[in-house]
Design a protein. Structure first.
Length: 360
């Protein structure tokens, strides 16, 4: 990581609005624990991913839900499970992201969930396909106190958007973004920050300039380019590779992969150890605790918050052994090295590599 990116990272951290003595001291403890990569994770993860929905109404071709390779049951997280986690460790948590595999707005208790975390001073954000059917949800997100929203809009035209976001309607997402911008202005606030995400795939990569114009015309705050990820594929490698750029001579800087006759491999340098084993965790829709948001099927589970306290799960024998193994030889762990084409992105991709902010 460059000095510039380190300085930017810490500037962003210092500017957070929810510093408290507990959060700050816990953050220091967590970072020390991560730096030495201790088997025991001292402190509480400062970032939680709460999968409030493992269901989705779209059928995007590379997504396990979209291509029917998803092995878990599609369900919505119960408010009691969510509340239990926030009650136990919310005083130490800076940020909760309301995502996992599914579409978070399908959970009819999402507004209560946002407000419950906000009442504890936690920064709350979500990623969404924003195919909302009820306009009341839009003002509800603002009233609940949502800090940031990232809206997946992978195309500047109906044809290009709907080719990948199968089941989504281009007119609907454009209309919903306009309503969100108008509602925020009407209510006189600056939140949530409204961000648009664009994934450049082979069929839509020429839309990037048009996306910048579209974001400005809609009144959204920022455009992020998300580098394409193959997930684990559909089972048809040739078809999967049709979505991503394979010609190195046309590399636009957003391609994470090198693709050849042997398959896809990451172009970035590997890390020595996965940061997330100390700094964050994932609570799946049924309450199961997984170390990684890319553990789609819940193959590595250390406990369930519906049955045990989070703190007990965070440093139980299974979690500690997993940290130790990841530090010693992460390539021996299927989840980290084999379960996705090219390997687990967390072992290659820094957060700053994943989403590229272009402004609006």
């Amino acid at each position: 990581m460059s000095l510039k990116s380190v300085v930017e990272k810490y500037k962003n951290f210092i500017s957070l609005p929810n510093h408290t003595f507990k959060r700050l001291t816990n953050k220091v403890v967590v970072q020390v624990s991560r730096t030495v990569a201790s088997e025991t994770a001292y402190g509480i993860p400062s970032h939680l991913m709460m999968e409030i929905s493992s269901a989705c109404q779209l059928r995007c071709p590379l997504c396990p839900i979209g291509n029917d390779t998803f092995a878990r049951t599609s369900e919505l997280m119960a408010f009691d499970i969510y509340k239990k986690v926030v009650d136990e460790i919310g005083d130490y948590v800076y940020r909760i992201n309301l995502n996992g595999m599914g579409e978070p707005t399908l959970n009819h208790q999402i507004l209560d969930m946002i407000k419950y975390a906000k009442d504890k001073g936690i920064y709350v954000d979500l990623y969404t396909n924003f195919q909302l059917e009820k306009m009341s949800m839009i003002e509800g997100l603002i009233d609940a106190g949502l800090d940031s929203i990232l809206i997946a809009m992978d195309g500047a035209s109906k044809e290009n958007y709907e080719e990948y976001r199968v089941g989504g309607k281009f007119e609907a997402i454009v209309s919903n973004v306009k309503h969100l911008v108008a509602a925020r202005k009407k209510l006189g606030g600056k939140l949530p920050e409204i961000n648009i995400q664009f994934i450049p795939l082979n069929h839509n990569k020429d839309d990037l300039d048009k996306m910048s114009d579209l974001v400005r015309s809609l009144g959204a705050d920022n455009l992020f380019v998300k580098r394409p990820f193959l997930f684990r594929g559909t089972g048809d490698v040739e078809k999967d590779h049709e979505f991503i750029q394979t010609d190195e001579s046309e590399d636009d800087g957003y391609n994470l992969y090198k693709v050849d006759e042997n398959g896809a491999s990451w172009q970035l340098k590997t890390k020595n150890v996965c940061d997330y084993l100390w700094t964050s965790t994932v609570v799946l829709a049924d309450g199961s605790v997984s170390p990684c948001c890319f553990d789609y099927d819940g193959t590595v589970i250390f406990g369930n918050v519906a049955e045990d306290k989070f703190q007990d799960i965070w440093n139980n024998n299974s979690y500690k052994k997993f940290r130790q193994r990841n530090k010693k030889d992460w390539k021996s762990i299927p989840l980290c090295s084999q379960d996705f084409e090219g390997g687990c992105p967390h072992m290659y991709v820094q957060a700053s590599d994943w989403l590229v902010k272009l402004g609006s």
